[in-house]
Design a protein around this ligand. Structure first.
Ligand code: G6P
Ligand code: ZN
Length: 546
Protein backbone atom coordinates (compact mmCIF):
# COMPACT_ATOMS: atom_id res chain seq x y z
CA UNK A 1 0.00 0.00 0.00
CA UNK A 2 1.47 3.32 -1.03
CA UNK A 3 0.78 6.77 -2.38
CA UNK A 4 0.46 6.87 -6.13
CA UNK A 5 0.62 9.95 -8.34
CA UNK A 6 -1.52 9.53 -11.44
CA UNK A 7 -1.08 11.68 -14.56
CA UNK A 8 -4.26 13.34 -15.76
CA UNK A 9 -5.58 15.99 -18.12
CA UNK A 10 -8.05 18.79 -17.41
CA UNK A 11 -11.72 18.39 -18.33
CA UNK A 12 -13.61 21.46 -19.47
CA UNK A 13 -16.76 22.48 -17.63
CA UNK A 14 -15.98 21.57 -14.03
CA UNK A 15 -17.32 24.86 -12.69
CA UNK A 16 -19.68 24.28 -9.74
CA UNK A 17 -23.19 25.69 -10.26
CA UNK A 18 -25.80 26.85 -7.72
CA UNK A 19 -24.95 23.88 -5.57
CA UNK A 20 -21.78 22.02 -6.53
CA UNK A 21 -20.68 20.23 -9.68
CA UNK A 22 -23.59 18.31 -11.21
CA UNK A 23 -23.35 16.22 -14.34
CA UNK A 24 -24.70 13.05 -15.81
CA UNK A 25 -23.33 9.91 -14.16
CA UNK A 26 -21.75 9.01 -17.50
CA UNK A 27 -19.74 12.22 -17.38
CA UNK A 28 -18.45 11.39 -13.90
CA UNK A 29 -17.59 7.89 -15.09
CA UNK A 30 -14.97 9.22 -17.51
CA UNK A 31 -11.44 8.33 -16.47
CA UNK A 32 -10.07 10.73 -13.83
CA UNK A 33 -13.10 13.07 -14.03
CA UNK A 34 -14.08 12.76 -10.37
CA UNK A 35 -10.45 12.49 -9.31
CA UNK A 36 -9.52 15.79 -11.00
CA UNK A 37 -12.25 17.64 -9.16
CA UNK A 38 -11.42 16.05 -5.81
CA UNK A 39 -7.71 16.78 -6.23
CA UNK A 40 -8.62 20.38 -7.04
CA UNK A 41 -10.42 20.55 -3.68
CA UNK A 42 -7.34 19.24 -1.84
CA UNK A 43 -5.10 21.65 -3.75
CA UNK A 44 -7.29 24.67 -3.02
CA UNK A 45 -7.89 23.78 0.64
CA UNK A 46 -4.45 22.80 1.99
CA UNK A 47 -5.89 23.07 5.51
CA UNK A 48 -7.36 19.62 4.95
CA UNK A 49 -3.88 18.20 5.33
CA UNK A 50 -3.71 16.87 8.89
CA UNK A 51 -7.35 17.69 9.51
CA UNK A 52 -10.78 16.04 9.69
CA UNK A 53 -13.03 15.73 6.64
CA UNK A 54 -16.67 14.61 6.60
CA UNK A 55 -17.84 12.48 3.67
CA UNK A 56 -21.19 11.13 2.59
CA UNK A 57 -23.89 11.33 -0.01
CA UNK A 58 -27.51 10.68 -0.81
CA UNK A 59 -26.96 7.05 -1.78
CA UNK A 60 -27.56 7.55 -5.48
CA UNK A 61 -25.85 5.50 -8.17
CA UNK A 62 -22.07 6.07 -8.11
CA UNK A 63 -22.16 7.16 -4.44
CA UNK A 64 -20.28 4.09 -3.24
CA UNK A 65 -17.67 4.24 -6.01
CA UNK A 66 -17.06 7.91 -5.30
CA UNK A 67 -16.75 7.35 -1.54
CA UNK A 68 -14.03 4.71 -2.04
CA UNK A 69 -12.19 6.93 -4.54
CA UNK A 70 -12.31 9.95 -2.23
CA UNK A 71 -11.22 7.97 0.84
CA UNK A 72 -8.09 6.81 -0.98
CA UNK A 73 -7.36 10.28 -2.32
CA UNK A 74 -7.86 11.78 1.15
CA UNK A 75 -5.34 9.32 2.58
CA UNK A 76 -2.84 10.23 -0.15
CA UNK A 77 -3.39 13.94 0.42
CA UNK A 78 -2.57 13.79 4.12
CA UNK A 79 -6.05 14.07 5.63
CA UNK A 80 -5.85 12.87 9.25
CA UNK A 81 -9.37 11.61 9.71
CA UNK A 82 -12.48 11.06 7.62
CA UNK A 83 -15.92 10.78 9.19
CA UNK A 84 -17.99 8.86 6.68
CA UNK A 85 -21.65 7.88 6.92
CA UNK A 86 -22.50 4.18 7.10
CA UNK A 87 -22.84 2.77 3.57
CA UNK A 88 -21.63 6.18 2.40
CA UNK A 89 -24.99 7.71 3.28
CA UNK A 90 -25.35 11.13 4.86
CA UNK A 91 -28.08 13.64 4.17
CA UNK A 92 -26.79 17.09 3.24
CA UNK A 93 -28.00 18.64 6.54
CA UNK A 94 -26.42 15.73 8.44
CA UNK A 95 -23.06 16.51 6.79
CA UNK A 96 -23.46 20.09 7.95
CA UNK A 97 -24.37 18.98 11.48
CA UNK A 98 -21.40 16.60 11.69
CA UNK A 99 -18.87 19.15 10.34
CA UNK A 100 -19.98 21.57 13.07
CA UNK A 101 -20.22 19.04 15.88
CA UNK A 102 -16.77 17.53 15.30
CA UNK A 103 -15.09 20.77 14.19
CA UNK A 104 -14.07 19.30 10.84
CA UNK A 105 -12.26 21.56 8.36
CA UNK A 106 -14.71 20.62 5.64
CA UNK A 107 -16.98 18.06 4.08
CA UNK A 108 -17.68 16.52 0.72
CA UNK A 109 -21.33 15.94 -0.16
CA UNK A 110 -22.08 13.51 -2.96
CA UNK A 111 -25.45 14.43 -4.36
CA UNK A 112 -27.30 15.88 -7.27
CA UNK A 113 -30.06 16.78 -4.85
CA UNK A 114 -33.49 16.49 -6.46
CA UNK A 115 -32.22 15.44 -9.90
CA UNK A 116 -33.06 11.88 -10.97
CA UNK A 117 -30.47 9.16 -10.23
CA UNK A 118 -29.44 5.79 -11.64
CA UNK A 119 -26.86 5.03 -14.34
CA UNK A 120 -28.57 7.43 -16.77
CA UNK A 121 -29.31 10.03 -14.13
CA UNK A 122 -27.24 12.71 -12.46
CA UNK A 123 -24.41 12.70 -9.95
CA UNK A 124 -22.91 15.61 -8.06
CA UNK A 125 -20.17 16.67 -5.69
CA UNK A 126 -20.04 19.70 -3.44
CA UNK A 127 -17.47 20.99 -0.98
CA UNK A 128 -18.63 22.41 2.35
CA UNK A 129 -16.47 24.55 4.62
CA UNK A 130 -15.92 24.54 8.38
CA UNK A 131 -19.13 26.38 9.26
CA UNK A 132 -20.94 23.39 7.75
CA UNK A 133 -22.21 25.33 4.73
CA UNK A 134 -21.47 25.21 1.02
CA UNK A 135 -18.15 26.75 0.07
CA UNK A 136 -18.45 30.41 -0.90
CA UNK A 137 -17.95 31.42 -4.52
CA UNK A 138 -14.35 32.46 -3.85
CA UNK A 139 -13.51 28.83 -3.06
CA UNK A 140 -15.70 27.20 -5.73
CA UNK A 141 -14.14 29.48 -8.34
CA UNK A 142 -10.65 28.60 -7.11
CA UNK A 143 -11.52 24.90 -7.34
CA UNK A 144 -12.81 25.44 -10.87
CA UNK A 145 -9.69 27.37 -11.89
CA UNK A 146 -7.53 24.57 -10.53
CA UNK A 147 -9.45 22.00 -12.61
CA UNK A 148 -8.52 23.88 -15.77
CA UNK A 149 -4.81 23.16 -15.36
CA UNK A 150 -4.71 20.03 -13.25
CA UNK A 151 -2.35 17.38 -14.61
CA UNK A 152 -2.08 14.85 -11.80
CA UNK A 153 -3.75 13.58 -8.69
CA UNK A 154 -2.71 11.57 -5.68
CA UNK A 155 -4.32 8.38 -4.56
CA UNK A 156 -3.53 5.49 -2.32
CA UNK A 157 -3.25 1.93 -3.52
CA UNK A 158 -5.37 -0.09 -1.14
CA UNK A 159 -8.36 -2.39 -1.10
CA UNK A 160 -11.81 -0.82 -0.72
CA UNK A 161 -12.83 -0.19 2.87
CA UNK A 162 -15.89 -1.85 4.38
CA UNK A 163 -18.07 1.19 4.89
CA UNK A 164 -21.18 -0.81 5.77
CA UNK A 165 -20.17 -1.52 9.35
CA UNK A 166 -20.00 1.29 11.91
CA UNK A 167 -16.52 1.41 13.44
CA UNK A 168 -13.00 2.74 13.17
CA UNK A 169 -10.59 1.79 10.43
CA UNK A 170 -7.28 2.98 9.03
CA UNK A 171 -6.15 3.71 5.51
CA UNK A 172 -2.40 4.30 5.61
CA UNK A 173 -1.90 6.99 8.23
CA UNK A 174 -5.49 8.16 7.94
CA UNK A 175 -8.20 7.23 10.40
CA UNK A 176 -11.62 6.43 8.95
CA UNK A 177 -14.64 6.51 11.26
CA UNK A 178 -17.78 4.96 9.80
CA UNK A 179 -20.61 6.73 11.62
CA UNK A 180 -24.21 5.83 12.25
CA UNK A 181 -25.63 8.15 9.58
CA UNK A 182 -28.55 9.33 11.74
CA UNK A 183 -27.41 9.48 15.39
CA UNK A 184 -25.74 12.93 15.55
CA UNK A 185 -28.51 14.52 13.52
CA UNK A 186 -31.27 12.95 15.61
CA UNK A 187 -29.61 14.25 18.77
CA UNK A 188 -29.62 17.79 17.37
CA UNK A 189 -33.31 17.51 16.46
CA UNK A 190 -34.13 16.37 20.00
CA UNK A 191 -32.47 19.58 21.28
CA UNK A 192 -34.55 21.79 19.00
CA UNK A 193 -38.00 20.24 19.18
CA UNK A 194 -40.40 19.20 21.90
CA UNK A 195 -40.35 15.46 21.31
CA UNK A 196 -42.79 14.85 24.21
CA UNK A 197 -45.40 17.13 22.67
CA UNK A 198 -45.00 15.48 19.27
CA UNK A 199 -45.21 12.01 20.86
CA UNK A 200 -48.47 13.05 22.52
CA UNK A 201 -49.79 14.32 19.17
CA UNK A 202 -49.18 10.93 17.57
CA UNK A 203 -50.45 9.10 20.66
CA UNK A 204 -53.72 11.04 20.34
CA UNK A 205 -54.24 9.30 17.01
CA UNK A 206 -53.10 11.98 14.58
CA UNK A 207 -51.82 10.55 11.33
CA UNK A 208 -48.97 11.64 9.17
CA UNK A 209 -47.41 10.51 5.92
CA UNK A 210 -43.78 11.24 5.13
CA UNK A 211 -42.71 10.42 1.58
CA UNK A 212 -38.94 9.93 1.51
CA UNK A 213 -39.08 9.42 -2.27
CA UNK A 214 -36.67 6.44 -1.99
CA UNK A 215 -33.91 8.87 -1.12
CA UNK A 216 -31.68 9.94 1.76
CA UNK A 217 -34.33 11.19 4.20
CA UNK A 218 -35.75 7.67 4.67
CA UNK A 219 -33.46 6.46 7.46
CA UNK A 220 -33.66 9.85 9.21
CA UNK A 221 -37.44 10.05 9.06
CA UNK A 222 -37.91 6.42 10.10
CA UNK A 223 -35.60 6.69 13.10
CA UNK A 224 -36.95 10.04 14.29
CA UNK A 225 -40.66 9.77 13.45
CA UNK A 226 -41.30 6.07 13.93
CA UNK A 227 -38.65 5.01 16.47
CA UNK A 228 -38.27 8.13 18.63
CA UNK A 229 -41.61 9.89 18.27
CA UNK A 230 -43.92 6.90 18.21
CA UNK A 231 -45.48 7.46 14.80
CA UNK A 232 -46.96 4.17 13.56
CA UNK A 233 -44.76 1.97 11.36
CA UNK A 234 -45.59 2.82 7.79
CA UNK A 235 -45.82 6.57 8.46
CA UNK A 236 -42.70 6.88 6.33
CA UNK A 237 -43.25 5.63 2.80
CA UNK A 238 -40.55 5.03 0.16
CA UNK A 239 -38.22 4.98 3.17
CA UNK A 240 -35.34 2.93 1.78
CA UNK A 241 -32.74 4.91 -0.21
CA UNK A 242 -32.33 3.35 -3.65
CA UNK A 243 -29.52 4.09 -6.14
CA UNK A 244 -32.07 5.14 -8.77
CA UNK A 245 -34.71 6.41 -6.31
CA UNK A 246 -36.95 3.64 -7.59
CA UNK A 247 -37.17 5.53 -10.88
CA UNK A 248 -38.89 8.43 -9.09
CA UNK A 249 -37.89 12.04 -9.49
CA UNK A 250 -36.98 12.87 -5.88
CA UNK A 251 -38.16 16.46 -5.91
CA UNK A 252 -40.79 17.30 -3.30
CA UNK A 253 -43.24 19.44 -5.20
CA UNK A 254 -46.86 18.84 -6.18
CA UNK A 255 -45.80 17.53 -9.60
CA UNK A 256 -43.17 14.97 -8.60
CA UNK A 257 -44.67 14.07 -5.21
CA UNK A 258 -48.10 13.65 -6.77
CA UNK A 259 -48.73 10.38 -4.96
CA UNK A 260 -48.42 12.14 -1.59
CA UNK A 261 -50.66 14.95 -2.77
CA UNK A 262 -53.26 12.41 -3.91
CA UNK A 263 -53.11 10.80 -0.48
CA UNK A 264 -53.62 14.09 1.36
CA UNK A 265 -56.49 14.98 -0.95
CA UNK A 266 -58.28 11.70 -0.27
CA UNK A 267 -57.72 10.11 -3.64
CA UNK A 268 -55.93 7.07 -2.18
CA UNK A 269 -58.65 5.56 0.02
CA UNK A 270 -60.58 6.63 3.06
CA UNK A 271 -57.93 7.54 5.65
CA UNK A 272 -56.45 10.94 4.95
CA UNK A 273 -53.52 11.99 7.10
CA UNK A 274 -53.58 15.23 9.08
CA UNK A 275 -50.12 16.11 7.92
CA UNK A 276 -48.04 15.21 4.89
CA UNK A 277 -44.45 15.90 4.00
CA UNK A 278 -41.85 14.91 1.47
CA UNK A 279 -38.14 15.45 1.06
CA UNK A 280 -35.73 15.34 -1.86
CA UNK A 281 -32.72 13.23 -2.91
CA UNK A 282 -30.35 14.51 -0.23
CA UNK A 283 -33.03 15.44 2.34
CA UNK A 284 -32.48 19.17 2.41
CA UNK A 285 -35.76 20.13 0.72
CA UNK A 286 -39.23 19.78 2.13
CA UNK A 287 -42.83 20.02 1.07
CA UNK A 288 -45.55 20.55 3.66
CA UNK A 289 -49.17 19.53 3.24
CA UNK A 290 -52.25 19.47 5.38
CA UNK A 291 -55.45 17.58 4.82
CA UNK A 292 -56.71 18.81 1.42
CA UNK A 293 -54.17 21.59 1.61
CA UNK A 294 -50.74 22.43 0.13
CA UNK A 295 -48.45 24.94 1.82
CA UNK A 296 -46.20 26.91 -0.51
CA UNK A 297 -42.55 27.04 0.60
CA UNK A 298 -42.76 30.83 0.83
CA UNK A 299 -45.78 30.63 3.13
CA UNK A 300 -44.13 27.89 5.15
CA UNK A 301 -41.18 30.18 5.90
CA UNK A 302 -43.50 33.02 6.87
CA UNK A 303 -45.55 30.81 9.19
CA UNK A 304 -42.36 29.55 10.84
CA UNK A 305 -41.12 33.09 11.37
CA UNK A 306 -44.46 34.16 12.84
CA UNK A 307 -44.62 31.20 15.24
CA UNK A 308 -40.96 30.56 16.10
CA UNK A 309 -41.34 31.29 19.81
CA UNK A 310 -43.78 28.41 20.16
CA UNK A 311 -41.00 25.98 19.23
CA UNK A 312 -38.58 24.70 21.87
CA UNK A 313 -35.33 25.64 20.16
CA UNK A 314 -36.49 29.14 19.25
CA UNK A 315 -38.32 30.35 22.37
CA UNK A 316 -35.80 33.17 22.79
CA UNK A 317 -36.96 34.66 19.52
CA UNK A 318 -35.40 35.10 16.11
CA UNK A 319 -32.75 37.65 15.22
CA UNK A 320 -33.86 38.15 11.64
CA UNK A 321 -34.95 36.29 8.53
CA UNK A 322 -33.63 35.89 5.00
CA UNK A 323 -35.13 34.70 1.74
CA UNK A 324 -33.86 34.36 -1.79
CA UNK A 325 -34.97 37.10 -4.16
CA UNK A 326 -37.52 34.98 -6.10
CA UNK A 327 -39.12 33.75 -2.84
CA UNK A 328 -42.38 35.53 -2.04
CA UNK A 329 -42.47 38.51 0.28
CA UNK A 330 -44.73 36.71 2.79
CA UNK A 331 -41.89 36.51 5.29
CA UNK A 332 -41.12 40.21 4.78
CA UNK A 333 -44.59 41.00 6.12
CA UNK A 334 -43.88 39.00 9.27
CA UNK A 335 -40.47 40.61 9.74
CA UNK A 336 -41.95 44.07 9.31
CA UNK A 337 -44.64 43.48 11.91
CA UNK A 338 -42.14 41.98 14.34
CA UNK A 339 -39.57 44.69 13.75
CA UNK A 340 -36.79 42.28 12.77
CA UNK A 341 -34.44 42.41 9.80
CA UNK A 342 -35.33 40.70 6.54
CA UNK A 343 -32.58 40.04 3.97
CA UNK A 344 -33.06 39.37 0.27
CA UNK A 345 -30.28 37.23 -1.21
CA UNK A 346 -29.63 35.59 -4.58
CA UNK A 347 -30.84 32.03 -5.17
CA UNK A 348 -28.53 29.52 -3.50
CA UNK A 349 -28.23 28.48 0.12
CA UNK A 350 -24.60 29.58 0.24
CA UNK A 351 -25.72 33.21 0.36
CA UNK A 352 -27.32 32.66 3.78
CA UNK A 353 -24.08 31.41 5.36
CA UNK A 354 -22.53 34.77 6.24
CA UNK A 355 -25.79 36.12 7.68
CA UNK A 356 -26.23 33.01 9.82
CA UNK A 357 -22.60 33.05 10.97
CA UNK A 358 -22.89 36.72 11.92
CA UNK A 359 -26.03 36.03 13.97
CA UNK A 360 -28.07 38.39 11.79
CA UNK A 361 -30.68 35.82 10.86
CA UNK A 362 -32.12 32.77 12.57
CA UNK A 363 -34.50 31.46 9.88
CA UNK A 364 -34.12 31.44 6.13
CA UNK A 365 -35.83 29.90 3.18
CA UNK A 366 -36.34 29.68 -0.55
CA UNK A 367 -39.25 29.13 -2.87
CA UNK A 368 -37.48 26.00 -4.13
CA UNK A 369 -38.74 24.00 -1.14
CA UNK A 370 -35.84 24.86 1.14
CA UNK A 371 -36.16 26.05 4.72
CA UNK A 372 -33.63 26.10 7.51
CA UNK A 373 -32.21 27.86 10.54
CA UNK A 374 -28.94 28.60 12.26
CA UNK A 375 -28.77 25.03 13.67
CA UNK A 376 -26.77 23.98 10.57
CA UNK A 377 -25.61 25.76 7.42
CA UNK A 378 -27.72 23.85 4.88
CA UNK A 379 -31.41 23.85 4.31
CA UNK A 380 -32.94 21.00 6.20
CA UNK A 381 -35.95 18.95 5.09
CA UNK A 382 -36.50 16.78 8.15
CA UNK A 383 -35.95 19.78 10.44
CA UNK A 384 -38.72 21.70 8.62
CA UNK A 385 -41.08 18.76 8.99
CA UNK A 386 -40.34 18.53 12.72
CA UNK A 387 -40.85 22.29 13.08
CA UNK A 388 -44.33 21.94 11.60
CA UNK A 389 -45.08 18.83 13.66
CA UNK A 390 -44.05 20.68 16.79
CA UNK A 391 -46.28 23.59 15.79
CA UNK A 392 -49.25 21.29 15.15
CA UNK A 393 -48.63 19.58 18.51
CA UNK A 394 -48.45 22.75 20.61
CA UNK A 395 -51.28 24.63 18.89
CA UNK A 396 -53.63 21.69 18.39
CA UNK A 397 -54.61 23.32 15.08
CA UNK A 398 -54.65 21.88 11.59
CA UNK A 399 -52.18 22.92 8.89
CA UNK A 400 -54.95 24.64 6.95
CA UNK A 401 -56.19 26.64 9.94
CA UNK A 402 -52.67 27.78 10.79
CA UNK A 403 -52.01 29.02 7.26
CA UNK A 404 -55.41 30.60 6.71
CA UNK A 405 -55.20 32.47 10.03
CA UNK A 406 -51.75 33.61 8.97
CA UNK A 407 -53.18 35.05 5.73
CA UNK A 408 -55.89 36.83 7.69
CA UNK A 409 -53.28 38.52 9.81
CA UNK A 410 -50.65 39.29 7.19
CA UNK A 411 -52.48 39.11 3.86
CA UNK A 412 -51.90 36.42 1.25
CA UNK A 413 -49.00 36.40 -1.17
CA UNK A 414 -50.30 34.26 -4.04
CA UNK A 415 -47.30 32.53 -5.51
CA UNK A 416 -46.37 30.17 -8.31
CA UNK A 417 -43.32 29.17 -10.29
CA UNK A 418 -43.50 28.11 -13.93
CA UNK A 419 -40.52 26.10 -15.16
CA UNK A 420 -39.62 25.50 -18.78
CA UNK A 421 -37.12 22.65 -18.64
CA UNK A 422 -34.54 21.36 -21.13
CA UNK A 423 -34.68 24.43 -23.39
CA UNK A 424 -32.21 25.12 -26.10
CA UNK A 425 -29.46 27.01 -24.24
CA UNK A 426 -29.01 29.66 -26.93
CA UNK A 427 -32.74 30.37 -27.10
CA UNK A 428 -32.90 30.67 -23.31
CA UNK A 429 -29.93 33.05 -23.22
CA UNK A 430 -31.49 35.13 -25.99
CA UNK A 431 -34.74 35.34 -24.06
CA UNK A 432 -32.89 36.66 -21.01
CA UNK A 433 -30.96 39.13 -23.16
CA UNK A 434 -34.24 40.31 -24.67
CA UNK A 435 -35.57 40.95 -21.16
CA UNK A 436 -32.41 42.77 -20.10
CA UNK A 437 -32.70 45.11 -23.07
CA UNK A 438 -36.15 46.18 -21.88
CA UNK A 439 -35.11 46.95 -18.33
CA UNK A 440 -34.16 50.64 -18.74
CA UNK A 441 -37.60 51.56 -20.10
CA UNK A 442 -39.97 49.44 -18.02
CA UNK A 443 -40.36 51.52 -14.87
CA UNK A 444 -43.50 53.65 -15.03
CA UNK A 445 -45.09 51.58 -17.81
CA UNK A 446 -48.61 50.25 -17.39
CA UNK A 447 -48.89 46.52 -18.03
CA UNK A 448 -52.43 45.17 -17.79
CA UNK A 449 -53.81 46.13 -14.39
CA UNK A 450 -50.30 46.87 -13.05
CA UNK A 451 -47.82 49.70 -13.17
CA UNK A 452 -44.14 48.84 -13.07
CA UNK A 453 -42.33 50.37 -10.14
CA UNK A 454 -38.92 48.79 -10.60
CA UNK A 455 -37.28 46.59 -13.19
CA UNK A 456 -33.71 45.42 -12.77
CA UNK A 457 -31.25 42.58 -12.89
CA UNK A 458 -30.88 41.66 -9.24
CA UNK A 459 -27.44 42.23 -7.71
CA UNK A 460 -26.51 41.45 -4.13
CA UNK A 461 -23.95 43.10 -1.95
CA UNK A 462 -23.17 40.79 0.93
CA UNK A 463 -23.40 42.99 4.05
CA UNK A 464 -20.91 40.82 5.92
CA UNK A 465 -18.00 40.28 3.51
CA UNK A 466 -18.78 43.03 1.00
CA UNK A 467 -18.74 40.68 -1.98
CA UNK A 468 -21.01 41.51 -4.90
CA UNK A 469 -22.99 39.00 -7.00
CA UNK A 470 -24.53 40.32 -10.21
CA UNK A 471 -27.05 39.08 -12.79
CA UNK A 472 -28.99 37.06 -10.23
CA UNK A 473 -32.38 37.28 -11.94
CA UNK A 474 -34.58 39.80 -13.66
CA UNK A 475 -37.29 41.24 -11.48
CA UNK A 476 -40.21 43.35 -12.52
CA UNK A 477 -41.86 44.78 -9.42
CA UNK A 478 -45.26 46.45 -9.63
CA UNK A 479 -46.45 49.39 -7.58
CA UNK A 480 -48.70 47.09 -5.49
CA UNK A 481 -45.77 44.79 -4.65
CA UNK A 482 -46.73 42.12 -7.21
CA UNK A 483 -43.72 40.69 -9.02
CA UNK A 484 -42.65 38.72 -12.05
CA UNK A 485 -39.13 37.31 -11.83
CA UNK A 486 -37.16 35.52 -14.53
CA UNK A 487 -34.08 33.36 -13.97
CA UNK A 488 -32.21 30.57 -15.63
CA UNK A 489 -31.67 27.63 -13.29
CA UNK A 490 -28.15 26.98 -12.06
CA UNK A 491 -28.80 23.36 -11.16
CA UNK A 492 -30.12 21.71 -14.32
CA UNK A 493 -27.98 19.37 -16.39
CA UNK A 494 -30.09 19.22 -19.54
CA UNK A 495 -29.98 22.35 -21.71
CA UNK A 496 -31.36 25.41 -19.90
CA UNK A 497 -34.30 25.75 -17.54
CA UNK A 498 -36.21 29.01 -17.48
CA UNK A 499 -37.93 29.79 -14.20
CA UNK A 500 -40.72 32.34 -14.11
CA UNK A 501 -41.75 33.33 -10.58
CA UNK A 502 -45.10 35.02 -10.08
CA UNK A 503 -46.35 36.76 -6.97
CA UNK A 504 -49.42 38.80 -6.15
CA UNK A 505 -50.35 40.25 -2.78
CA UNK A 506 -54.00 40.27 -1.68
CA UNK A 507 -54.77 41.70 1.75
CA UNK A 508 -58.57 41.24 1.81
CA UNK A 509 -59.45 37.75 3.18
CA UNK A 510 -62.44 37.69 0.80
CA UNK A 511 -59.93 37.27 -2.03
CA UNK A 512 -57.90 34.49 -0.41
CA UNK A 513 -59.84 31.50 -1.72
CA UNK A 514 -59.35 32.16 -5.43
CA UNK A 515 -57.31 29.38 -7.15
CA UNK A 516 -53.67 30.43 -7.36
CA UNK A 517 -53.30 30.33 -11.15
CA UNK A 518 -56.48 32.40 -11.50
CA UNK A 519 -55.22 34.98 -9.04
CA UNK A 520 -51.97 35.18 -11.00
CA UNK A 521 -53.48 35.17 -14.52
CA UNK A 522 -52.75 38.86 -15.15
CA UNK A 523 -49.09 38.42 -14.21
CA UNK A 524 -48.78 35.24 -16.27
CA UNK A 525 -49.91 37.23 -19.31
CA UNK A 526 -47.38 39.96 -18.54
CA UNK A 527 -44.59 37.38 -18.27
CA UNK A 528 -45.46 36.10 -21.73
CA UNK A 529 -45.70 39.61 -23.12
CA UNK A 530 -42.30 40.63 -21.77
CA UNK A 531 -40.37 37.43 -22.48
CA UNK A 532 -42.11 36.04 -25.59
CA UNK A 533 -41.74 32.62 -24.03
CA UNK A 534 -43.87 30.73 -26.56
CA UNK A 535 -42.21 32.19 -29.61
CA UNK A 536 -38.67 32.02 -28.27
CA UNK A 537 -38.77 28.54 -26.71
CA UNK A 538 -41.35 26.87 -28.89
CA UNK A 539 -43.16 25.77 -25.76
CA UNK A 540 -46.89 26.19 -25.35
CA UNK A 541 -46.85 25.52 -21.62
CA UNK A 542 -44.54 25.18 -18.63
CA UNK A 543 -43.05 21.76 -17.87
CA UNK A 544 -43.56 22.12 -14.13
CA UNK A 545 -45.87 24.47 -12.27
CA UNK A 546 -45.37 24.67 -8.50
C1 G6P B 1 -30.58 24.03 -4.86
C2 G6P B 1 -29.95 25.10 -4.04
C3 G6P B 1 -30.99 26.13 -3.69
C4 G6P B 1 -31.65 26.66 -4.93
C5 G6P B 1 -32.19 25.54 -5.76
C6 G6P B 1 -32.74 25.98 -7.11
O1 G6P B 1 -31.50 23.31 -4.12
O2 G6P B 1 -29.40 24.58 -2.86
O3 G6P B 1 -30.39 27.15 -2.96
O4 G6P B 1 -32.70 27.52 -4.59
O5 G6P B 1 -31.21 24.57 -6.00
O6 G6P B 1 -31.71 26.50 -7.86
P1 G6P B 1 -31.90 26.83 -9.40
O7 G6P B 1 -30.67 27.56 -9.77
O8 G6P B 1 -32.11 25.52 -10.10
O9 G6P B 1 -33.15 27.66 -9.47
ZN1 ZN C 1 -31.43 18.78 -2.15
Amino acid sequence: MSVLTVASQPYAGQRPGTSGLRKKVTVFQQAHYLENFVQAIFDVVPELNGATLVLGGDGRFYNRVAVQTILKMAAANGVAKVLVGQAGLLSTPAVSCIIRKYAAVGGIVLSASHNPGGPDGDFGIKYNVNNGGPAPEKITEAIYTRTTTINQYKTYTAADLDIDVVGEYTLGNMQVVVLDSVADYAELMADLFDFDAIRAWFAAGHQMRFDAMSAASGPYAKRILEDLLGAPQGTVVNGIPLPDFGGLHPDPNPVYADDLVAHLFGERGSVVSDFGAASDGDADRNMILGRHFIVTPSDSLAVMAANAEKIKGYTRGIAGVARSMPTSCAVDAVAKKRGIACFETPTGWKFFGNLLDAGQVTLCGEESYGTGSDHVREKDGVWAVLFWLNLLAVTGQSVQTIVQQHWQEYGRHFYSRHDYEALDTLAANDLMAHLRRQLPTLAGQTLGEFTVQLADDFAYDDPIDGSRSEQQGIRVVMTDGSRVVFRLSGTGTDGATLRVYLEKFVSDPAGHTVPTQTALAGLIAIAEQLAQIKARTGREAATVVT
